[in-house]
Structures are given as structure tokens and as C-alpha cells.
Design a protein around this ligand. Structure first.
Ligand code: DO4
Ligand code: MG
Length: 319
């Protein structure tokens, strides 16, 4: 498939959000008339019973307003006075874990190797189970868009990136589109105990959200995409690994079903589908690294890594 239709969000010099679509290397406005964001665009296209890509292109032609050139947006995140922000600013971000066998095996091996306290075989059991692992990952305020910092907790010594295909869900459990995400993980905290999963996964700057929202109609086969994760340190690419969504155990519909099961999920929610890219478990991100995650046809996201610093008080146990 040629270049897919890509929806995005820019911030102008007054700080207001402008949804747009790329058409012939230029960003065209699709906002106005109650549409203030890409989530509004999803909802409006659903109301009008239209495919999101067709709706955005129609809207761009009707409005006929060019916001900026595409050139520069991917390199620096800026173009003609506009700044590129994450493609979707959701109320909630959720994630699915161990949806690829390689990641499950690698996690269990590392637990054996390092003698971590977590139950043995935990990840493989979750991979094999009927119920997928679905966990809360964060909110827009804990996520970062292109070129914004992603963070290492100040109490983690081993944080790893995870390059993932993510779904953007509309109002009726339909998958409206795809976005690339980086599900940052404080692996040392996660493996200390399953009870610490939230702390290993949810913190400031723990989720990178890609530059483009690609409507579902624009991706021929979501189970045939290459995912890539690279890390640059001191000017050199020191990590470069790929995975394939072909290895996804469950269907996307099953993941969406479990997310919604007995739950209240707001439209525009992002669901990360798990990492197919296995980063060596003796690696750790450092302050100053640059991480690039990419999902074929869906987009590339680049972020600098920043270590958070906080004054930690010395609490004494009461008992
Ligand atoms: O089980 C913990 C989370 C695993 C995960 O995030 C992934 O497999 O992508
Ligand atoms: Mg993950």
C-alpha cells in the first residue's frame, strides 16, 4: 500500500490544538464546527457513517486550509510555526501484555537468571491463559508525543522501551485506527513482584504516543507489520531490534472485547497491543539516550530519555 492517510494534531502559536490530515506533503485543517481533536474527528466520522480516512480527506477539501508543510514535522516536530503533538490525547491508555511468546519467554528467563522474587513461569502462564493480560497504562498527562521526553523513574535502574502497535478505539468498540506507541517499562520494578506492575508501567512520561493516527482502512493487514526499536547513545545506534505483528497470539477484536468487558471505556482510548520486539534484558536506558520506535505503515516516534529526580524522604516503618 502507498503512503497511508495520516491524521495528526498540531499546536499553533496561541497554544490551540488543530487536527489535520496530510495530503500531498501538506497538512490540511480538518477542525472547526465542533471538531477540535482527532478524537472528535473519529466521533464525527462515526456519526456520519463514514470511513475515517474518507471523512478526513473530504473535510480537508471542503475547508481548503493548509496549515503547514509536512517537511520538518518528522525531523524536528516543527513546521511553519506549528508544533506536532501526539496523534491522540486520550482520557485513558490501556495495554495488553505478553501477547507474543518471545517476550513471555524472555521475561521468564530473566527472572530465572537474576533470581527475582516473582513467581517462576509467570509470563508464560499468562501467555497461555484464556484471559489476556489487560492493564491500565496511563492518561494523556502521563504520555509524550514526538520529540518530548520519555522518562526513567528515579527508583528504577533498568527501564526498557517497548515498540508496539496500538489501537485507537471509537465510540462503539470499533477500532478507528492505529498509532505507534512506546510502552516504557521499569523492568526491575515489574520483575520484583507482580504487585508492582502498576509502578513499573504508570508514571510521568511512561508512554510515547506516535505522530500519526492511521485509519484502519489504510492498513491492509495489521497482522503483517514490522515493528522496530532503536536506541541512540552518544551518537551511535546501540540497540536495533525488530519484531513482527504476525506473532500476535490473539485477534485485535478479542483484545478490544476484553478491554470493554464489564468496563466503561471512553471513546478515543488507546490500547497498546504488546511488544513483539524483544530488547536484551541486560540492557538499560540512560538519561540522554534517544529512543525510536516504529511500526511499518503506522509511523515512527522519536523521544529523548530523561531520568526523573525527586527528593526521597527516609520513611521509618511504624511497626
Ligand atoms: O506483563 C507485563 C507487561 C508486558 C508488556 O507490556 C508487553 O508484553 O508488551
Ligand atoms: Mg508492553
Amino acid at each position: 500500500m502507498d503512503q497511508p492517510v495520516r491524521l495528526l494534531q498540531l499546536v499553533d502559536t496561541q497554544g490551540s490544538l488543530q487536527p489535520g490530515v496530510i495530503l500531498e506533503s501538506r497538512v490540511h485543517a480538518i477542525g472547526g464546527d465542533g471538531v477540535r481533536s482527532t478524537i472528535d474527528a473519529i466521533l464525527r466520522s462515526e456519526e456520519e457513517n463514514m470511513d475515517l480516512a474518507a471523512w478526513a480527506l473530504d473535510r480537508a477539501r471542503d475547508r481548503s486550509e493548509v496549515l503547514c508543510n509536512e517537511a520538518g514535522l518528522l525531523e524536528t516536530g516543527e513546521s511553519d510555526g506549528y508544533r506536532l503533538v501526539q496523534a491522540v490525547l486520550p482520557d485513558e491508555i490501556w495495554a495488553v501484555g505478553v501477547s507474543y511468546r518471545r517476550q513471555a519467554l524472555e521475561h521468564d528467563l530473566d527472572i530465572e537468571r537474576t533470581g527475582a522474587a516473582t513467581a517462576r513461569g509467570l509470563y508464560e502462564r499468562a501467555y497461555e491463559a484464556k484471559r489476556p493480560e489487560v492493564f491500565f497504562k496511563g492518561t494523556a498527562s502521563r504520555s509524550s508525543g514526538p520529540f518530548e521526553p520519555l522518562c526513567i523513574r528515579d527508583d528504577s535502574k533498568q527501564t526498557l522501551p517497548e515498540a508496539e502497535l496500538a489501537l485507537v478505539i471509537g465510540s462503539n468498540q470499533q477500532i478507528a485506527g492505529y498509532v505507534t506507541v512506546n510502552d516504557m517499562t521499569a523492568w526491575d520494578i515489574e520483575k520484583e513482584s507482580p504487585l508492582y506492575l502498576n509502578q513499573g508501567k504508570i508514571y510521568r512520561g511512561s508512554c510515547g504516543v506516535g505522530p500519526w493516527l492511521v485509519p484502519t482502512s489504510q492498513v491492509r493487514d495489521p497482522y503483517d507489520l514490522e515493528c522496530r526499536c532503536r536506541v541512540r547513545r552518544d551518537g551511535e545506534w546501540i540497540i536495533d531490534h525488530v519484531g513482527q505483528t504476525a506473532g500476535l497470539l490473539r485477534t485485535l477484536d478479542e483484545l478490544v472485547y476484553y478491554l470493554h468487558r464489564n468496563n466503561v471505556i471512553p471513546p478515543g482510548t488507546i490500547l497498546c497491543t504488546g511488544t513483539s520486539v524483544v530488547i536484551p534484558h541486560d540492557f538499560a536506558l540512560h538519561d540522554g539516550d534517544v529512543v525510536e520506535v516504529e511500526v511499518e505503515h503506522v509511523g515512527r516516534l522519536s523521544n529523548p530519555i530523561v531520568e526523573l529526580v525527586e527528593e526521597a524522604p527516609n520513611f521509618e516503618r511504624r511497626l
